[in-house]
Structure formats: structure tokens, C-alpha cells
Design a protein around this ligand. Structure first.
Ligand code: NAG
Ligand code: NAG
Ligand code: NAG
Ligand code: NAG
Ligand code: NAG
Ligand code: NAG
Ligand code: NAG
Ligand code: NAG
Ligand code: NAG
Ligand code: NAG
Ligand code: NAG
Ligand code: NAG
Length: 789
């Protein structure tokens, strides 16, 4: 395929991931091209593409526009992995006579076709066939096998060679005050960059950003944004980057023009003095080039609503389309004591700065942006993986990585980097965002339970039981309020109430995570014959169950209050009460009646994730709700929610990626956070598990599917569904649908070693293998067909 300046954008049809590659067919002298990537088409209309993604430095490109210097014919391959994109464009910025061909990606992910997975699902309503496929496809976009996500720095004898990216931090030395950071930089092209006093891999970014630009000699990229980054200038920024991207604000505070030329390809010595009182002084080759007080600009202060980021340090990484060598880094205290040295000439620097190629199976939230391993989100995403593939590596692999990073307190990291880390880097990062999402500690234990219960493989439990019990006791101690037995210790860090991803402090949302975490751990404890632990966990779970029912039920309003000190609730409170089967069926039914008032076209409101950002529908929350509705046999509500939240993701328009979206706009017409939205984001993937477990109706009722049910939701509105479900005994094949007489027929093939209990989704009479009945159920082995009569 010919491709090049003047030809239209490339459309890969669905999201792809890897290193951009193309063939240079003809070239006069040399040329420069600007290549842009985007998941949604309209990112191509934006100067920054759909980026930049300065959220995480996570073994992929930060920038979604890359300028390439083309100097010879032949195949050209980009340096960075671009994590997820469907669209790509190219613009010639310098040179002439350039012809390109064969644009593609050298894939950094598994690309086995969905149809070749062990699990399978199809329906007369092809929308459901497509929704199911989003799960296994997003698993591929976000689960990375060892060695696939390549280092983003190169170590050379001249130090670390670093191309433009979000500055990567060391955790070796943190929370310093009144010190000097010194290093040598040799700019290869464009400029060099670093930060100091900024949160390490957290979800804040408040220390100064420094970008020192070169004199831009002949041959520099012709498309440099010289108003943002003039030559021979120290650009001072704050926030996530020098550009804004939706809820990642970036600020340019100042520009300090230099009286000297900043020459490329020679060494410069750079000293940054952090005086400890918000003032900074920067020296270039011993000449002062800037002195300022960062708070005097009055912008970019830490967001008080986002706790996390207890540890601050320094980081290295230049701006877009720049490349620099960095060597001989030292930190000295104001009295001259050397606190840190790093020559940057050996590979240990890659591990220290968290930019080394992954050695574990790792799981990202998103292909392109949220490239952190958030363990709580995997409670949902792993469910989709388990029904669609028999390969558990993407479930236990990332979980193993998470547990291997446990602190002595028992805490495991809410999010973690893909890179291998050293001991101190692990510790600092593990405790860094506490207590932001302490509920995730319970979620990871439930993820392990789900893997064990479906796979029957208890190796993980046996190998990690001590780590798991330590995680649980940390999480309970950290979150349980002794006075009420609800989740929400009164003294969260930074003086903020302790809440989690699932809702407010002292409400049902997170208390149900605590209860279910304890109860699943009790089941696993029993399996391992640790009945002492099992009893202890059940007793606490029971106390917390009673607490929700006694302290939070508002009988006037007919709801469980979302918090002890305020009235009201949100959709997540309703979801969690259903999932935990809290209280009586009558109370749950009454609470469920409140859902209608929260209805939006694309699901249910909730909510404002960050203060100041517009309302969106969150498929992660909707996933909890979908399962809660399914468990309560609320077929119409469940099917309606499936249609409303997930159908926008399978509409074949310019925003289709073949993968799950992170957010959906309230009216369902576009990805909820515009270009920022991860459109291969796995936290909202319960839809795939729902279709297998409740539309097809196959769910395990004993460990490893030795017993399972074939129990579709009554009145699920389709003509037929069919599917396969992987189990350790082999594949279960099932289908059900309506015969020409309008009556339901159900087929099941239970592999050897399993028993199936068929629960007809209709109240009337049936026959099955010579047996007959009305309602109830029938247990079979092998193959069976049930007829409604
Ligand atoms: C470029 O790579 C393609 C395969 O992607 C190969 O067919 C072609 O021969 C290569 N061209 C050169 C000049 O190496
Ligand atoms: C691009 O290549 C040309 C020719 O080798 C060179 O003169 C120029 O400096 C290069 N530009 C960059 C930014 O690397
Ligand atoms: C980013 O947006 C904020 C708030 O709208 C604004 O104050 C700031 O100047 C913007 N930053 C840039 C680099 O445009
Ligand atoms: C910087 O370089 C320009 C040419 O690019 C030259 O005219 C000027 O004298 C140089 N300035 C200094 C201070 O060396
Ligand atoms: C930093 O250290 C210097 C030298 O010891 C001292 O004079 C100064 O007061 C210190 N600054 C702060 C903010 O502590
Ligand atoms: C490294 O930097 C320190 C402090 O700036 C300096 O004393 C030392 O000579 C440098 N070492 C090398 C090998 O350049
Ligand atoms: C069971 O789980 C362990 C990881 O805990 C894994 O190494 C092993 O391959 C799994 N066994 C099977 C049969 O999948
Ligand atoms: C849900 O939405 C309500 C109202 O918009 C808000 O008060 C609450 O904080 C949201 N909850 C979460 C978990 O986002
Ligand atoms: C119970 O709910 C009613 C109706 O929403 C409300 O007016 C009342 O304040 C609530 N009671 C408490 C104790 O929150
Ligand atoms: C849901 O419906 C099925 C079949 O009609 C029945 O067996 C089951 O008990 C019901 N579950 C609940 C929670 O009502
Ligand atoms: C695609 O998504 C963008 C936002 O990311 C939105 O503005 C646009 O309207 C959507 N286009 C279609 C056809 O839905
Ligand atoms: C099947 O029926 C028996 C007897 O009524 C009942 O105890 C059991 O819970 C039912 N199982 C399922 C899965 O519905």
C-alpha cells in the first residue's frame, strides 16, 4: 500500500498496538515527517493527536505526534510503542520527493483472533456477539507478556539516552528539602528535560518541569513549536506536562531566555537548587539562568481532592521530539554532603527509574493512557478474561507481580509500574498512593478467588497464602472503623476521609468490598484447612453486614444511605448492596427502586470522577451494577443497562476500536472523556462475563466447574444464544433459543468430570432426557436437551 504525504489517514479498522513501521521507497537528500496517532478519528484533527499521555511513564510513547528524520531508503521503525490507535496520519514537514509504503505496526501484543479463543459467544442479536468480543480483544490490548513492552531509555557509555517522554523518577531519594541536583546533559537534538520535587508515579504532578532547549541548529525538526519552546530557553512548567489533556492539566509558568547558545552534542553541566521554601535556582555551566518561587505563579497547586503522592523526587525526560544524554547525576545537601550519585552508565539505572522492559506478565488499565497496573480494576477485567480464554496467565501473572511488591505492613500497591523495580523503588511506590483506593486491597483478593474458583488451580493460593492473609489484615486494619464496623477509618492520610474507588467513607460501597473480601478469603482458608482464619474472617464479615443493615438503612426514605453523615446514595451503593446481598430481599427491592431516578441514556449517573470534570457514565461502576442486577434476576434492568452502556462501543463509526471504552458520554453518543478516554480500557469488561454467565447462563457452582449451572436469566430478550466456556475439564458447549413453536429449547454438553444443573428460564413444564417437570431444575452429565412443553 502506498502511503505518504498527501495520502489520506491510515485506518487500521480496530485499535492496534506496537512500533510504527513503514517502508521508505524514494527520498531526495533527507526528509522530516510528522506522524500522528489516535484511537478516535477526531484526534487527527488536533495538533497533539489524542495525547499527550503524561499520566504514567509506562514503557510506551507519551506523545501521540512523533517527528521522524528520514535519511535513507528502506524500512523505518519508530522507537516507542504506541499503545493503542486505530488512526494514523502523516505530514511532510521538510524535504521533498518522499514516497512511503506499507504502514503497519510491529505488534507489541498478542493478536490471536477472538474466534480462536477457547471461550466463545454468539447471539441472534449480533450486537451481543460484538459486545462479548470486546472483552478478549481488550485483554490482548492490555495484558503484556514478559519482554514485550520495551525499555524507554537506552543506557550507553555516554550515560542514559532519553527521548522525549514523561520524566521518569527515581525513588532512591525522596522528600528532600534544600538540596542541589547536578547532572551533565548532552543534547542530541532539540533539548533536555527534568523535574524536581514531584510526586513519584502518583496521580498528582506538582513539582517544577524544566525543559532546556538547544539553539536549534540547521537540520533541527522544522515543525518545532517555537512559541511553546523557543530556542536557547529554559521553559518552566508545572502539572502533568506543558500541554493540557482533559483531566491532566498542564501549565507553562515562565520562559527564561538565555544569553548564551545551548549547543547540541557537547556536554553541559546543569545544577538545580531546591531551597526548600518553593524557590529554585538553575545554573547552566555555572551561570545562573533562572531563579523563581513556584508558588508565586499561583497555579498548579496540588488538587486537595486527590490524596496520594506522599513521596516526591526528581525525574528525567525531555520534551516532545527531543533527545538527550544524561550522565553523572549527583544530589548534595546544602552543607555539601553527597546524598546520591548515579553515573547512568549501567543497566541498573533502568530499573531504578522504572523504565526497563517488563519481565512479568503485566496488566494495564488502558492500551494508550492509563498504563498503570491498577489491581482493583482487575476484579472486573479478569472476569472477562476467565470466560473467554483458558489461559490464566493474564490473571495470575499480574496478580503475582502485585503481591511481590508487598510492603512489610502487608500493603500491596494499588497501582504499579510494568518495569522491574529495585527494593527501595518497590517500597516507595507501593505505599505512595495510600489510602486513595484502599478498597482495591480487597478486590485483588477477590480476583484471586475468582481465578481459583473457575480454574480449580490452587497453586497460587498455596504459594501466596501468607502474603494474602497479610494483605487482608493490612486492609482491614487500615479501613475498618471499630466504632461502627463500617469501612472508613476516620483518619485517612492528608486529613481526608478514607474512601475508595467505590464510594464514600462509612457507606455501603466499600464496606461491601470489605465483607466480600473477607468471605472469599474465608472460603479459600477453608480449602487450605485454615479454619481458624476462616472463622475469624466470617465473624468480621457478619458484623459489618449487620452494621450496614442497622446503621445505614433509612426506613423513611427506603434506601441504604451512602454515608453515615449524609443522606442519599449513588448507583454504586445500590450495586454493592445487590452484590453483597445485604439485608433482606424486601429492602434490596425497595433500594433498587431508587435506581430509576439516576437513569441517563447511557446508563446510570455516577459521576464526577474528578471535581470539575463533566458527568460521565463509568462502565466500571456499571459493571458492578450489571452483575448485581443479574444476581437479583432483574433481567429487564440488566439487559437495558447492557444495551445502554455497551452498545456505543460496538457502533461501527469513526470512534470504534473493537475494544472497551473507559467512559461513555451521558447520552451515549461518544467516549465520555473525549480524546482522553481510553478506548481499549479493561475496567468496564463485565459485559463479556455477563453474556457468558447470565445470557448464555453458564456459571460454576463448585470449584473448577465440577458442578455448574445452565441458568439463563428468565425473559432475556433474544431469539438464541450459543457459546463455549473453558473449564479445567474441557469446554462446555451450550445454546438455547426458541423453536418454531415459540417454545424454548436448551442444549448442553458437559465435559467429563462435570455435572450441569439446568434451570429452565420459564415457569412452565419441560422434558429433558426422559424426565419432566415444572420449574425447579434438572441435573445431568454429558449431553442433554431440554424442551419447554
Ligand atoms: C521491509 O519490510 C518488509 C516486510 O514488512 C519486507 O517485505 C521488505 O523487503 C523490507 N524492505 C527492505 C528494503 O528491507
Ligand atoms: C536529520 O538528518 C539530517 C541528515 O543526516 C541531519 O543533518 C539533521 O541534523 C537530522 N536532524 C535531526 C533532528 O536529527
Ligand atoms: C490548561 O488549562 C488551564 C485551565 O483551563 C489553564 O489555566 C492553563 O493555562 C492551560 N495550560 C496550557 C498549557 O494551555
Ligand atoms: C549564537 O549563535 C548565533 C548563530 O546561530 C551567533 O550569531 C551568536 O553570536 C551566538 N551567540 C553567542 C553568545 O555565542
Ligand atoms: C537551606 O540551607 C542553607 C544553608 O544551610 C540555609 O542558609 C537556608 O536557610 C536553608 N533554607 C531553608 C529553606 O531551610
Ligand atoms: C560528576 O559530577 C561531580 C559533581 O558535579 C564532579 O565532581 C565529578 O567530577 C563528575 N564525575 C565525572 C566522572 O565526570
Ligand atoms: C496454576 O497456577 C500457577 C500459578 O500460580 C501456574 O504456574 C500454573 O501454570 C497453573 N496451572 C495450570 C494448569 O494452568
Ligand atoms: C456519584 O455521583 C454523586 C452525584 O453526582 C456524587 O456525589 C458522588 O460522589 C459520586 N460517587 C462517585 C463514587 O463518584
Ligand atoms: C432519610 O431519608 C429521608 C428522605 O430522603 C430524608 O429526608 C432524611 O433526612 C433521611 N434521614 C437520615 C437520618 O438521613
Ligand atoms: C432467579 O430466578 C431463578 C429461576 O427462575 C430462580 O431459581 C432463582 O432463585 C432466582 N433468584 C433470585 C435471587 O430471585
Ligand atoms: C467520536 O468521539 C468524539 C469525541 O471523542 C466526538 O466528538 C464525536 O462526535 C464522535 N463521533 C461520532 C461519529 O460518534
Ligand atoms: C435445584 O432444585 C433443588 C431442589 O428444589 C434446590 O435445592 C436447588 O437450589 C436448585 N438448584 C438451582 C441451581 O437452582
Amino acid at each position: 500500500m502506498a502511503w505518504g504525504p498527501g495520502s489520506g489517514p491510515v485506518d487500521y479498522g480496530v485499535a492496534v498496538a506496537g512500533k510504527a513501521t513503514f517502508e521508505v521507497l524514494a527520498l531526495e537528500e533527507y526528509a522530516q515527517i510528522e506522524v500522528k496517532y489516535s484511537e478516535a478519528y477526531n484526534g487527527l484533527e488536533n495538533p497533539q493527536g489524542d495525547g499527550p499521555f503524561a499520566f504514567a511513564n509506562a514503557l510506551a510513547a507519551t506523545f501521540r505526534v512523533e517527528t521522524f528524520n528520514i535519511t535513507e531508503p528502506g524500512n523505518f521503525t519508530g522507537y516507542f510503542i504506541q499503545g493503542s490507535q486505530r488512526w494514523q496520519s502523516v505530514k511532510l514537514v521538510k524535504g521533498s520527493g518522499l514516497t512511503l509504503g506499507n504502514p503497519a505496526f510491529i505488534s507489541s501484543i498478542d493478536t490471536t483472533p477472538v474466534a480462536a479463543q477457547d471461550g466463545y459467544f454468539a447471539s441472534s442479536n449480533s450486537m451481543y456477539t460484538d459486545i462479548w468480543a470486546l472483552g478478549p480483544r481488550t485483554n490482548q490490548m492490555t495484558c503484556f507478556a514478559p519482554g514485550t513492552q520495551t525499555a524507554t531509555w537506552d543506557i550507553t557509555e555516554n550515560g542514559a539516552y532519553i527521548r522525549g517522554q514523561k520524566p521518569a523518577s527515581t525513588a532512591k531519594i525522596v522528600n528532600l528539602s534544600n538540596y542541589t541536583l547536578t547532572f551533565e546533559a548532552m543534547i542530541d537534538y532539540g533539548g533536555t528535560g527534568w523535574r524536581v520535587d514531584t510526586e513519584i508515579d502518583a496521580i498528582q504532578a506538582t513539582g517544577p518541569i524544566f525543559v532546556l532547549t538547544s539553539e536549534y541548529p540547521d537540520g533541527s525538526f522544522a515543525n518545532i513549536d517555537r512559541s511553546l519552546a523557543p530556542p536557547n530557553t529554559l521553559v518552566l512548567g508545572r502539572g502533568w506536562s506543558l500541554q493540557n489533556q482533559t483531566s491532566l492539566p498542564g501549565y507553562v509558568l515562565d520562559k527564561f531566555p538565555l544569553k548564551v547558545n545551548v549547543t547540541e552534542k557537547v556536554w553541559h553541566k546543569i545544577e538545580t537548587v531546591s531551597h526548600g521554601d518553593d524557590t529554585y535556582t538553575v545554573f547552566l555551566n555555572h551561570e545562573e539562568i533562572a531563579h523563581f518561587n513556584i508558588s508565586s505563579y499561583g497555579i498548579g497547586d496540588p488538587n486537595p481532592y486527590i490524596p496520594g503522592g506522599a513521596n516526591k523526587g526528581f525525574a528525567f525526560g525531555p520534551w516532545q521530539d527531543q533527545a538527550t544524554y544524561i550522565r553523572n547525576v549527583t544530589v548534595t545537601s546544602n552543607n555539601g554532603e553527597v546524598l546520591y550519585t548515579q553515573p547512568m552508565t549501567s543497566a541498573d539505572a533502568l530499573i531504578e527509574y522504572g523504565v526497563q522492559t517488563n519481565t512479568d506478565y503485566v496488566q494495564s488499565d488502558s492500551g494508550k493512557r492509563d498504563r498503570f497496573s491498577w489491581m482493583g480494576d482487575r476484579l472486573i477485567s479478569s472476569r472477562a478474561t476467565l470466560v473467554s480464554t483458558a489461559d490464566g496467565r493474564c490473571v495470575w501473572g499480574p496478580t503475582q507481580q502485585t503481591l511481590s511488591r508487598q510492603a512489610t505492613s502487608g500493603q500491596i500497591p494499588a497501582n504499579t509500574l510494568f518495569s522491574p523495580l529495585d527494593t527501595v523503588g518497590t517500597l516507595i511506590r507501593t505505599i505512595n498512593v495510600d489510602p486513595l483506593v484502599a478498597d482495591y486491597e480487597f478486590d485483588v483478593l477477590m480476583t484471586i478467588y475468582n481465578y481459583w474458583f473457575r480454574s480449580g488451580n490452587d497453586t497460587f493460593l498455596r504459594n501466596n497464602w501468607n502474603t494474602m492473609t497479610a494483605t487482608l489484615s493490612y486492609a482491614v486494619t487500615r479501613t475498618l472503623d471499630d466504632g461502627t464496623q463500617l469501612y472508613g477509618a476516620p483518619n485517612g492520610a492528608n486529613g481526608l476521609p478514607l474512601s475508595g474507588e467505590k464510594g464514600q467513607a462509612l457507606g455501603p460501597g466499600n464496606t461491601v468490598s470489605l465483607i466480600l473480601g473477607l468471605e472469599k478469603m474465608a472460603e479459600m482458608a477453608e480449602h487450605l484447612n485454615d479454619s481458624f482464619a476462616a472463622d475469624k474472617y466470617r465473624t468480621q464479615a457478619q458484623l459489618s453486614r449487620q452494621a450496614i443493615d442497622q446503621l445505614l438503612w433509612n426506613s423513611t426514605g427506603g434506601y441504604y444511605s451512602g454515608s453515615l453523615d449524609t443522606s442519599g446514595y449513588d448507583a454504586m451503593d445500590i450495586a454493592q448492596v445487590l452484590l453483597g446481598e445485604i439485608g433482606t430481599a424486601a429492602r434490596r427491592k425497595q433500594f433498587l427502586g431508587k435506581l430509576d431516578a439516576l437513569k441517563l441514556p447511557a446508563g446510570y449517573s455516577n459521576g464526577t470522577r474528578f471535581v470539575g470534570t463533566p458527568a460521565v457514565v463509568n462502565p466500571y461502576y456499571m459493571s458492578f451494577l450489571l452483575e448485581g442486577l443479574a444476581m437479583a434476576n432483574e433481567t429487564a434492568l440488566a439487559q437495558g443497562l447492557l444495551d445502554d452502556t455497551w452498545s456505543p462501543m460496538v457502533r461501527r463509526d469513526v470512534n470504534f476500536t473493537g475494544a472497551l471504552w473507559e467512559y461513555v458520554s451521558p447520552n451515549g453518543s461518544y467516549p465520555g472523556l473525549d480524546l482522553f478516554t481510553g478506548q481499549s480500557h479493561y475496567w468496564g469488561g463485565y459485559s463479556t462475563a455477563f453474556l457468558t454467565e447470565y445470557a448464555l447462563g453458564i456459571r460454576p457452582s463448585a470449584v473448577g466447574y465440577s458442578q455448574f449451572v445452565f441458568a439463563p436469566l428468565p425473559s432475556f430478550n433474544v431469539e438464541w444464544v450459543q457459546g463455549r466456556v473453558p473449564t479445567p475439564h474441557g469446554l462446555i458447549y451450550a445454546n438455547w433459543g426458541y423453536g418454531s413453536n415459540g417454545k424454548i429449547i436448551m442444549d448442553i454438553k458437559a465435559p467429563q468430570g462435570t455435572k450441569a444443573t439446568i434451570v429452565p428460564p420459564f415457569p412452565g413444564k419441560w422434558t429433558c432426557q426422559g424426565r419432566s417437570g415444572q420449574g425447579g431444575n434438572v441435573t445431568i452429565t454429558g449431553n442433554a436437551r431440554l424442551f419447554e412443553v
